[in-house]
Design a protein around this ligand. Structure first.
Ligand SMILES: Nc1nc2c(c(=O)[nH]1)N[C@H]1C(S)=C(S)[C@@H](COP(=O)(O)OP(=O)(O)OC[C@H]3O[C@@H](n4cnc5c(=O)[nH]c(N)nc54)[C@H](O)[C@@H]3O)O[C@H]1N2
Ligand SMILES: Nc1nc2c(c(=O)[nH]1)N[C@H]1C(S)=C(S)[C@@H](COP(=O)(O)OP(=O)(O)OC[C@H]3O[C@@H](n4cnc5c(=O)[nH]c(N)nc54)[C@H](O)[C@@H]3O)O[C@H]1N2
Ligand SMILES: [Mo]
Length: 771
């Protein structure tokens, strides 16, 4: 990191002092309860903490700001519909710590950038709107009115509305998201990139083309009826812990679980239900029946190898393996798919997967024997150059088995942010559909722009090329979440104005345009008081259930506004002839919901149905076995290619993953308990034989370099840790290694950064630092 790039876009390249712990035999259990309560006690205090947890994910409480995993439709345990990491997410938001105007007066932006993301987050909640003048070294307090006027003036001085970018992270409620996109489109642009562009965009693209809906098809109840659940490229023990309860039910009902992952993630192997104290001290429920240690990006090869074995069996005993009735009635492209599949040879595919042949045969046998199959996946499938191919190949397998649109079967892309799916439903998308825009035009009396806007990667490039000059972030932490940290840092620094609506201090506040603003908002846990009284918001979970979230805590400062109120303030200061009654809509969120009902299908009687405890399901054509919305009117088989990456002799593939102690760029703590590493994030996990070949020992110090079409990027100071991972595969933590993700390295079609396939080399700089 060079000094010229101050304030620093990257976290400091410093060690924090590594320690090791035994990798636990089981996920969750008493340690998880203890860890959750420790975070709550330290950040929030015991009394308020217990009060908060009692409301978390209850039908009259607030939605967990952790992940998008659904709550049970019926029974919900008292004081228990949360997980260790959900409790940490709540502790993080409800913290006692404050970032006040005095704090900013005594800390320059540059000095704050010397801190790690962990240290920044621990400074606490932001209490007042803050402004960084051109050339100033410190943020200072500003009134809301002045802040809105400043933004409005800057937006209106642009040559075109397309010179502004409006980013959204996935915590924003339906109500806020709907108003936000409405404001942005009335302002005149579709530049609405969101975190989804870096997350499940490949799922949306692959599923829309094949099944006619970008969302998953299963409900939580399907896990009770599945014969086989395949979990690919996902680490639920850390990122969706409540999913383990669903998998436990699958097992209880006689179903099987297969997991496909370069790492044997603890949470997928064994699970001790933290909601049942009687079981806390045992070894838990054994979850995974078959673990396939696939090479990074070996999934299409694996799926093809399995499908070739199925085809062999099908040809021997026609009609016994594939669901021909389903295929004939509901699909297109079967013959082409089969003739393409026959071009591959099983023997050639096996080495591309990194898995022993016998295990692949076992996997095929499991698929063959079972009719109702669910496939779950997350970032391990989406963040690759062929991320969309990964998803389409998953669909091919499910179509062969007729495993879509029936009980116990279907697609299950497990979403990340708690309302990322709802934000997209509300129109947060740079490529909106004509029908949606036409509805906006009709309801609000303006003409929404038709030209598609920038996604995340295109937005960064546009700022870098001076084509975009204002960056507005509704939540999130753009600089730390996006690829190519130094490039993105330069892009943001070129802006005239950068604005962030945030709850907590993060690095994006420090890598700023000529001027910068921080607009502090209330969080999920807090009471949202408007003119007509206390408001609730609504969110959509990973399975398309829309339900309420009602915060209860007193907001930490009287200077905070809700996200809808911020959008209204912004719209009134910016738009000259809007027919929308912004302040009125915000006075009572029922009025916003009426507008949503009027423009978005599936929200009939929204205000009534959202008041039913537990909420309501949105329509889902794939769930109903109706594939009319695809371009052929049927579910489509597709032709996909295995990974085409060829590594040179000294090169490795690197996946950038999450520790057990972070929420994306929010670093709760420095431990990764389930992988046995404590108090250090600058580590690179390697295969032992690769280490021996390179003369590397545990804890040797290395630099990492990524390679992309002749471009080289560097990240310094990492400690080598041996682990069980396929040859030539490595793992590091993001955001530290985002500096290595090239801006132009992205998935075909979905444009998602390839955060799970970085071609890199490892360079030894020192010996056993801590030995
Ligand atoms: N506590 C907590 N919860 C979270 C988050 C968090 O940061 N912390 N983040 C939220 C968000 S936004 C999201 S999107 C989700 C993310 O949830 P995950 O996708 O589970 O998160 P990652 O850590 O990115 O893990 C990806 C997994 O894929 C595996 N993998 C990597 N490459 C491949 C591959 O090529 N093939 C296969 N088969 N596997 C591969 C990795 O070993 C890892 O187990 O979690 C959400 N929930
Ligand atoms: N290398 C690499 N990069 C990745 C990934 C990866 O696996 N590898 N994963 C990608 C994925 S899946 C995702 S989703 C993105 C995440 O990208 P983002 O969504 O942009 O990042 P987060 O870290 O979730 O955002 C955290 C910030 O949100 C703010 N915040 C929290 N709650 C609220 C709220 O209620 N309202 C508002 N306004 N602000 C709030 C806080 O200030 C906090 O600092 O990162 C992506 N980046
Ligand atoms: Mo995500």
């Amino acid at each position: 990191m060079s000094d010229k790039n101050k304030p620093h876009a990257q976290p400091p390249e410093e060690y924090t002092g590594i320690e090791f712990t035994k990798v636990p035999k089981t996920a969750a259990g008493v340690k998880a309860v203890k860890s959750a309560l420790t975070h709550i006690k330290d950040e929030v205090g015991v009394v308020k903490g217990i009060e908060l947890l009692a409301k978390l994910n209850q039908k009259d409480g607030f939605d967990c700001p952790g992940c998008a995993w659904p709550d049970p439709d019926e029974k919900r345990a008292f004081l228990a519909e949360y997980c260790e990491n959900g409790a940490k997410a709540v502790a993080e938001e409800a913290t006692k710590e404050r970032v006040t105007p005095m704090f900013f007066a005594t800390h320059t932006v540059e000095s704050l950038s010397e801190l790690s993301d962990y240290e920044l987050g621990k400074k606490g909640r932001i209490t007042h709107p803050m402004y960084l003048k051109e050339g100033a070294s410190n943020y200072e307090e500003i009134s809301w009115k002045d802040a809105f006027q400043l933004i409005g003036k800057e937006l209106n001085s642009l040559n075109s509305p397309d010179e502004a970018i409006f980013y959204t992270s996935g915590r924003t409620s339906n109500e806020a998201a709907f108003l936000y996109q409405l404001f942005v489109r009335q302002f005149g642009t579709n530049n609405l990139p969101d975190c989804s562009n870096m997350c499940h965009e490949s799922s949306g693209a692959g599923l829309s083309e094949t099944l006619g809906i970008g969302k998953g098809s299963v409900t939580l109840d399907d896990f009770n009826h599945a014969d086989l659940v395949i979990v690919m490229g996902q680490n639920p023990g850390t990122n969706h812990p409540r999913m383990l309860s669903a998998l436990k039910e699958t097992k209880k009902n006689g179903g099987k679980i297969m997991s496909v992952n370069p790492l044997e993630e603890v949470g997928l192997i064994n699970f001790t239900d933290p909601q049942n104290p009687l079981n806390w001290f045992g070894d838990g429920t054994h979850l995974t029946d078959l673990y396939l240690q696939v090479k990074i990006n070996g999934d299409v090869a694996l799926l093809k190898a399995i499908m070739l074995l199925l085809l062999e069996e099908e040809e021997k005993n026609p009609g016994t393996v594939f669901d021909h009735k389903f295929i004939e009635e509901h699909t297109k492209g079967y013959e082409d798919f089969i003739s393409d599949l026959k071009k591959y040879s099983f023997e050639e595919l096996v080495p591309q997967t990194g898995i022993e042949e016998a295990k692949i045969r076992e996997a095929a046998q499991m698929v063959l024997e079972n009719k109702n199959i669910i496939i779950c996946w997350a970032m391990g499938l989406t963040q690759h150059k062929n991320g969309v191919d990964n998803i389409r190949e998953v669909v091919n397998l499910l179509l062969l088995k007729g495993s879509i649109g029936k009980k116990g079967a279907g697609t299950c892309p497990v979403r990340g942010h708690s309302n990322v799916q709802g934000d997209r439903t509300m129109g947060i998308w740079e490529k909106p559909k004509e029908g949606f825009l036409a509805n906006l035009d009709k309801e609000f009396g303006f003409t929404a722009p038709r030209k598609h806007g920038y996604d995340v990667v295109e937005a960064i490039e546009a700022m870098h090329e001076n084509k975009a000059k204002v960056f507005f972030g509704m939540g999130g932490n753009f600089i730390s979440a996006t690829p190519d940290t130094e490039f993105t840092g330069d892009a943001l620094r070129k802006c005239n104005l950068t604005v962030h609506v945030s709850t907590k201090l993060n690095r994006s506040h420090l890598i700023h345009g000529k001027e910068a603003l921080i607009l502090p908002c209330i969080g999920r846990t807090e009471k949202d008081m408007q003119e007509s009284g206390s408001q609730f918001v609504s969110v959509e979970n990973s399975m398309g259930v829309v339900h309420q979230s009602h915060g209860d805590l007193k907001p930490l400062s009287d200077q905070l506004l809700s996200e809808p109120a911020i959008v209204a303030g912004l719209a009134e200061a910016t738009l000259k002839d809007s027919k929308v009654e912004w302040s009125k809509l915000v006075s009572n969120y029922d009025l916003i919901r009426n507008k949503i009902e009027a423009t978005i299908p599936g929200f009939e009687n929204y205000n009534e149905r959202v008041r039913i405890k537990g909420g309501f399901y949105l329509p889902n054509n794939a769930r109903a076995k109706d594939f009319k919305p695809t371009h052929t009117g049927k579910a489509n088989f597709t032709i996909n290619k295995p990974s085409e990456i060829v590594l040179e002799k000294d090169q490795f593939l690197m996946m950038t993953i999450r520790t057990h102690d972070q929420y994306n760029t929010t670093i709760y703590g420095l431990d990764d308990r389930y992988r046995g590493v404590l108090h250090e994030r600058r580590v690179v996990f390697m295969n032992m034989e690769d280490m021996q070949e390179m003369g590397l020992k545990k804890l040797d110090e290395v630099d990492l370099k990524s390679h992309f079409h002749g471009e080289v990027r560097e990240a310094h100071k990492f400690l080598v840790i041996p682990c069980s991972i396929p040859r030539r595969c490595t793992a590091t933590y993001f955001p530290e290694t985002n500096v290595l993700v090239p801006i132009r390295s992205k998935a075909d079609i979905s444009n998602t950064p390839t955060s799970k396939t970085i071609i890199m080399t490892i360079h030894k700089t020192g010996n056993n630092k801590y030995a």
